[in-house]
Design a protein around this ligand. Structure first.
Ligand code: COA
Length: 362
């Protein structure tokens, strides 16, 4: 029997993540993803996904040190970045610079050091490209900041707000890994041929770049922007529902209960609402939207999805819409690399079949 899009086909046994859409569960290596997003740093969760346990203090210090060393662009990276046309989109820029790193040291036996090299440099590529494209001087990484704070610092050229670092960390942690999605599968297919880590990651970036996968939460931003103030929310949302429109940021194909990622991000933005009017607006809009969805679409199991709070966070941080998919890549690369390690540990080339339905020669 053919399964279009490999729907429901189990292609690997994995200890990396569990995604249960019916029960609304997301587990990373035996830990609730929600909990890790609220309490751990980007570096700690990366370490967990790659090593199957959280780091000790000494292991974390060593890991952080290595990540800081690898976040600096080489002169050759800068030459490549300087030679790319302005019209090139950010995902293609990341793919191209990473591709140039695939030297002879990258072979099939992928290592944590290689993972660190790839993961650490992505935020620097994004910030460098974004600033130079906008006529601003690039800002060098600052070792006093961790991975996420340093990204905001390099992008904006000023000390990031603690609440912004906390919110972005939670978003990045919650989007690091999500089962056998298209880009993760791509990384595993490439790795299964005994190709190298750079090739697996650049291939995954190609899959992520497609609008059916790394689609940006910009529909939610438009919704929040059009609503503008809490006082407007109910009228605006009622008007959309009466026109038969879908409210962006609600409903999900897989999660038929609360998306655990949305629940965690909501908690974080609620705590931070005093710090930022965007968080407050998002929280109020969500409350009213859920009330109205129950009224207009009873029994349809419509809940807030991760895109809703992702949009609120990215907007509150004034992160430009054109960077959204690239920011998602900053986190998902961690999951890709974890999957490559797992694939390599127990490899069999991934080689499904197709059914020929064309004519036979006479
Ligand atoms: N707002 C209002 N009504 C919604 C809705 C939403 N966000 N999502 C689903 N519904 C309604 C549908 O109109 C349909 O109503 P009906 O039974 O009266 O025809 C019912 O709920 C079931 O919808 P369906 O499209 O079958 O759900 P799905 O599981 O196939 O679709 C999504 C899931 C994500 C495609 C859908 O919920 C959606 O389009 N959401 C808005 C877009 C969004 O947030 N996408 C995420 C990134 S921004």
């Amino acid at each position: 029997m053919i399964k279009e899009g490999l729907d429901g086909i189990v292609t690997a046994q994995s200890t990396i993540s569990l995604v249960d859409g019916e029960k609304g569960l997301l587990v990373y290596r035996g830990h609730w993803a929600e909990e890790t997003a609220k309490t751990k740093t980007f570096e700690e969760v990366t370490y967990l996904l790659w090593n199957n346990h959280f780091p000790t203090n000494a292991q974390l210090t060593d890991f952080q040190k290595k990540m800081k060393q690898q976040r600096i662009l080489t002169p050759s990276d800068e030459t490549i970045l300087g030679s790319l046309p302005d019209s090139m989109d950010m995902m293609s820029v990341i793919r191209t610079v990473l591709s140039s790193k695939g030297n002879k040291h990258f072979n099939w036996s992928s290592t944590i050091e290689q993972g660190i090299k790839i993961t650490s440099i992505i935020p620097t590529i994004i910030a460098y490209r974004h600033r130079t494209l906008n006529g601003l001087d690039p800002v060098k990484p600052d070792p006093k900041y961790d991975h996420v704070a340093n990204y905001l610092y390099m992008l904006n050229g000023r000390e990031p707000k603690e609440s912004h670092v906390k919110a972005l960390t939670a978003y990045l942690v919650l989007t690091m890994e999500h089962g056998m999605n298209a880009s993760t599968f791509t990384a595993r297919v490439i790795s299964s041929t005994q190709s190298d880590l750079v090739s697996a990651v650049t291939g995954a970036i190609g899959a992520m770049k497609g609008p059916l996968h790394g689609g940006a939460p910009s529909g939610v931003i438009d919704l929040l922007q059009n609503i503008g103030t809490v006082e407007n929310a109910e009228n605006h949302l009622r008007h959309l529902l009466e026109k038969g429109e879908k409210l962006m940021g609600f409903g999900h194909r897989v999660y038929k209960t609360v998306d655990p990622r949305a629940r965690a991000l909501k908690e974080i933005t609620t705590d931070l609402a005093e710090d930022d009017p965007w968080f407050e607006l998002a929280n109020q809009v969500e409350r009213i939207a859920i009330k109205l969805l129950k009224e207009y679409k009873p029994g349809r199991k419509l809940h807030t999805n991760v895109e809703f709070y992702a949009a609120a966070i990215l907007k509150a941080l004034a992160l430009p819409t054109e960077l959204f998919t690239a920011i998602f890549t900053m986190s998902r690369v961690v999951g890709w690399i974890a999957n490559v390690f797992e694939q390599n540990d127990n490899n069999r080339i991934i080689r499904p079949s197709s059914l020929y339905i064309g004519p036979m020669p006479n």
